[in-house]
Design a binder for this molecule. Structure first.
Ligand SMILES: [Ca+2]
Ligand SMILES: [Ca+2]
Ligand SMILES: [Ca+2]
Length: 210
């Protein structure tokens, strides 16, 4: 019983290490696509934070192929160059709690290359998605927001996908996934949970030895 108590105290200490100052929302994933590659790459499949499936995407450096990203840096043409637009799925998985509200937002423009209007969807696998109206080629960047609450799901993954199949798709930049209601980062990413677990193990062993 006493040992159990010790573990709880150790857990609280470990949690306090990853607690950030009070803020309005807890950022769970943020990606501006600025460091994935130094150059534009067609049919790119090594994004830092996303896996590509169900087709292909192109990685764009600002100005590449005549495409403007949201600013300097990089972004994604959601329809690569294989005639089959792709799906990006987050490598990070999230433990979503039904008591919290989450917001998934991203900046998206039209294809910028005079192609037909393009559809896209973005959402969370296993929960649902938002499907904005198709974007005309010259539609400027706008921020699209989808909020979800009252759902409980472990290993939730974000995704963005297009049905475009003509090699020119919507341009995606600045993905942000936040918990709007979480206090004190009480929904850490699994990677952080793992670190806490390791910390607990270490502290447990240290206590035993002492
Ligand atoms: Ca960017
Ligand atoms: Ca393309
Ligand atoms: Ca298209």
């Amino acid at each position: 019983m006493r040992h159990f108590k010790t573990l709880i105290v150790a857990g609280l200490a470990a949690l306090s290490l990853v607690t950030l100052p009070t803020q309005a929302a807890t950022v769970l994933l943020q990606d501006n696509f600025n460091t994935d590659s130094a150059a534009s790459v067609l049919n790119f499949n090594t994004l830092n934070n996303w896996t590509v499936s169900n087709g292909a995407i192109d990685y764009i450096r600002n100005g590449g192929f005549g495409i403007s990203c949201f600013g300097a840096g990089g972004c994604v043409d959601l329809d690569g160059s294989t005639g089959d637009g792709g799906r990006m799925t987050s490598k990070s998985v999230f433990n979503l709690l039904s008591s919290e509200t989450y917001r998934f937002s991203l900046d998206v423009s039209g294809n910028q290359r005079n192609g037909a209007a393009d559809s896209f969807v973005f959402g969370i696998l296993g929960i649902g998605f938002d499907s904005p109206s198709p974007l005309n080629a010259n539609a400027p960047f706008s921020t699209y927001i989808w909020e979800v609450s009252g759902v409980s799901l472990t290993a939730a993954q974000l995704y963005v996908e297009t049905s475009s199949a003509d090699n020119v798709g919507v341009i995606v930049d600045n993905v942000l996934f936040e918990c709007l209601t979480c206090q004190n980062n009480n929904v850490p990413e699994p990677s952080v949970l793992a670190l806490i677990g390791l910390g607990l193990l270490g502290l447990g062993f240290a206590r035993k030895r002492a």
